[in-house]
Design a protein around this ligand. Structure first.
Ligand code: HEM
Length: 411
């Protein structure tokens, strides 16, 4: 047994047993952040805080939710919303949190793309981030099933149908498996087994995995450190030594806590004003009116569409035939993972200084926004044509990326 001296304070007592001072040291004096970063670098913390809010509000909702196809709808729309004190508040907080988390994820991703934060040793930051995106998507989708409304049921039907794979005449039927769909649903159509599974995924397995991957994401940031607005290659040891020696002005870095953390907290404050404005005055933003009708397997809604954050990838699938659409969908889901390897340029710099890449970046961003709008509209007439060309543009952009970045001159 190690030798323990009598502790003179609670802090010393905890430090002897848990090393809390080591953690403090790492956070305050050994985790350095570049000075030259703007408010967009606070989005990671905004995401972590929003995830925390989703967990807490989810725990309150879980106290009254009943994962039974006959009772689920009323347990949410009647019991939680009208009988439980402040049940409506927790539901709105959870719904708005689920929607905003995607808005912030997209801002965080496109910030990373703009500043090239996935390059030169930062590949694992990007890959773990993309894994978080996939896990959040699964978390949001499974949560959407739980109220067992019309959109829950029909979106569940459409998305699980995708697992049937390609049509029987594609590749001799080798990639067609209706049995897989039944296996996932636990039935021929979404029903009790389906709801039970998605309930388990939503309240247990997905959050557990998300917490694990957030820890991994933070871990991947430690050695390469966060990027900066100029893409400058900072010698962190040298810059930190300058700061410690009192040359704070000349040093290119600041300690994470409390210096940078105070900036994060300021951005969080502004974010929460928007968050609670939506919770109290505009909560319909995160609720689909069709989902206030109970699930009915005999009544297909006129238009089936996912939540806004999935619309861009849904629109990539929709203009094509079944097999081509599925291929397009798989491409769209996977291609962002490959970004660090498709960008062949050695330059880490903001897109604004990277010539053709700057054009590529802005077209990609606008294209994703167009796809999102088109995904919500019925696939008819001019909307269909715009959606089709926006999907084609998406593929063309990713095919062009290695070529235009190879042509980029080394700076
Ligand atoms: C949803 C959960 C996520 C959390 C809690 C999270 C958290 C963070 C935090 C705290 C940082 C450091 C500060 C900052 O740059 O904001 C960071 C950096 C980063 N994250 Fe995430 N992130 C998440 C999702 C993602 C996703 C979906 C991606 C995209 C694939 C991603 C890619 C990155 C990159 C590339 C950086 C490095 C930025 C730089 O070096 O400048 N993250 N993340």
């Amino acid at each position: 047994m190690a030798h323990f001296k009598k502790a003179n304070s609670l802090n010393e007592w905890m430090d002897q047993r848990l090393g809390v001072n080591t953690l403090k040291k790492v956070m305050q004096s050994e985790y350095w952040i570049p000075k030259d970063i703007n408010f967009l670098w606070a989005m990671g913390m905004v995401l972590a805080a929003t995830f925390g809010i989703l967990v807490v509000s989810g725990i309150f909702l879980l106290m009254y939710y009943i994962p039974d196809t006959k009772l689920a709808f009323d347990s949410v729309n009647y019991i939680t919303m009208t009988e439980v004190g402040y049940g409506w508040l927790w539901r709105h907080v959870h719904g708005i949190g689920a929607s905003l988390v995607f808005l912030i994820i997209y801002i965080h991703m496109f910030t990373g793309i703009y500043y090239g934060s996935y390059k030169r040793g930062r590949e694992l930051i990007w890959l773990s981030g993309m894994l978080l995106f996939v896990l959040f998507s699964a978390e949001a989708f499974s949560g959407y099933m739980l109220p067992w409304g019309q959109m829950s049921y029909w979106a569940g039907m459409v998305i699980t149908n995708l697992f049937e794979g390609f049509s029987p005449d594609f590749a001799g039927g080798a990639l067609n498996s209706p049995a897989l769909v039944e296996w996932i649903r636990g039935d021929y159509v979404p029903d009790q087994a389906f709801l039970g599974r998605f309930f388990m995924l939503h309240v247990f397995l997905m959050p557990l995995m998300i917490i694990g991957v957030i820890v991994l994401h933070f871990g991947t940031l430690r050695l390469p450190h966060v990027n900066n607005q100029e893409g400058a290659d900072i010698d962190f040891d040298e810059a930190a030594a300058l700061w410690k020696a009192g040359n704070k002005k000349e040093s290119k870095v600041i300690p994470f806590s409390p210096v940078f953390l105070s900036k994060d907290v300021f951005v969080l404050g502004v974010y929460f004003i928007l968050f609670f404005y939506l919770v109290f005055y505009n909560f319909s933003f995160a609720m689909d009116p069709v989902n206030f009708d109970p699930a009915d397997g005999l009544k297909t809604p006129a238009h089936i569409y996912p939540e806004w954050y999935f619309l861009w990838s849904y629109e990539i699938l929709r203009p094509f035939s079944k097999d081509l659409g599925l291929l397009a969908f798989i491409f769209a889901q996977g291609i962002f993972f490959a970004l660090p390897f498709l960008d062949r340029s050695p330059n880490v710099a903001p897109a604004g200084r990277r010539g053709l890449f700057n054009i590529w970046f802005w077209i990609l961003l606008i294209d994703c926004i167009i796809l999102t709008f088109m995904g919500k509209l019925p696939p008819e007439g001019i909307w269909n044509v715009i959606g089709f060309w926006a999907a084609i543009t998406f593929f063309a952009l990713w095919i062009a990326l290695p070529i235009i970045t190879m042509l980029e001159k080394k700076k």
